[in-house]
Design a protein around this ligand. Structure first.
Ligand code: ADP
Ligand code: MG
Length: 299
């Protein structure tokens, strides 16, 4: 097969590993920078050009669309879909997952557990907003934050009010969440492929920190997850419509609670923590499902 990896940087660990895995399994891999693609949108023969050529003969796409190029990246991916190319994650599911409010609304509709969460833009009653999620301590998050930046733990009413007011002053949309103290500064990353969790790791925050992000000094280790955690992670990926997902959950007294569902989960941390060939498993999944789609179209 000819497999396109939609990625802006061929040297990133995940991109390199996916390319290696393609080649090891006898496929041809092409790294395609979505920003450099230009498209011909028409009803007869839609096409995509890249580096001066018509991109033809691609059997499957692995989208690795950075959060900073979601809009254009998803448009290029949608164009591949218009051309009947199999994509391991569909553009619509990726767009959904990039909107934290929409994601949590979808998860709540499917009954997936999550911390009590409020959303606000310019709340006219900050005290009531805090009360609505059960009072302090609360975690306040900037909607567009990543890697733990923009996530604040406010332990007192005064602190919570002033952080919310400060974010409001910046005209930012915010999320305010019940603080899951019993998680002990740890979260669990479940790597979902299809309807299975194929790998999981625990990320523990550094001493004195509640955010477990590796970029904030957290450390990763191997963990055994419970059947309930497994079911919850798979249900979350399914609710979003993602075949590949990094599902982050917190261990709480009332069971697993979903924090976020990532549609382009990194491979480096999880492959190192578990020693598993995740890239190889992704290619194997594509072999099974892209072929199925092709056979289906020929019939
Ligand atoms: P980001 O998208 O920036 O990674 P997250 O929502 O994942 O933001 O939060 C960063 C980290 O903060 C999480 O990995 C987790 O360790 C901690 N955290 C986030 N929300 C809560 C919460 N409600 N209760 C306890 N810890 C939390
Ligand atoms: Mg996170």
């Amino acid at each position: 097969m000819k497999i396109g990896i939609l990625s802006q940087n061929a040297n990133l660990y995940s991109t390199r590993r996916l390319r290696e895995a393609c080649e090891q399994r006898g496929h041809e891999a092409v790294v395609i920078n979505a920003l450099r693609c230009y498209m011909n949108i028409n009803s007869v023969q839609p096409s995509i050009h890249f580096e001066g050529h018509d991109l033809v003969g691609i059997d499957a796409i692995i989208p690795r669309i950075g959060a900073d190029i979601t809009f254009y990246g998803c448009s290029v991916l949608r164009q591949f879909e218009m051309m009947n190319v199999f994509s391991i994650n569909q553009s619509i599911a990726i767009s959904r997952s990039r909107d934290k409010l929409r994601s949590l609304q979808l998860l709540s509709r499917k009954g997936v557990g999550m911390p009590i969460t409020g959303f606000a833009s310019k709340p006219d009653d900050v005290k009531d907003l805090i009360k609505m999620v059960g009072g302090t301590p609360v975690v306040i998050k900037l909607l567009e934050g990543t890697q733990g930046i923009g996530v604040v733990l406010a332990e007192t009413q005064k602190a919570a009010e002033s952080v919310i007011e400060a974010f409001m002053g910046l005209k930012a949309n915010i999320m305010i969440q019940e603080y899951i103290a019993e998680a002990g500064g740890a979260d669990i990353r479940c790597f979902v492929l299809g309807d299975k969790v194929i790998a999981s790791m625990k990320r523990q925050a550094a001493e004195g920190e509640f955010r477990s992000n590796l970029h904030r000094g957290g450390s990763a280790s191997l963990v055994r997850i419970t059947p309930e955690e497994r079911r919850t992670a798979v249900a979350a990926a399914k609710a979003m419509g993602l075949n590949v997902a990094g599902v982050d959950l917190l261990r709480s007294n009332r069971g697993p609670l979903i924090m976020e569902v990532n549609s382009s989960p990194g491979l480096e941390g999880i492959e190192h923590a578990t020693g598993k060939d995740i890239a190889g498993m992704i290619i194997e999944y594509i072999e099974k499902h892209a072929n199925k789609k092709r056979r289906h179209q020929q019939q």
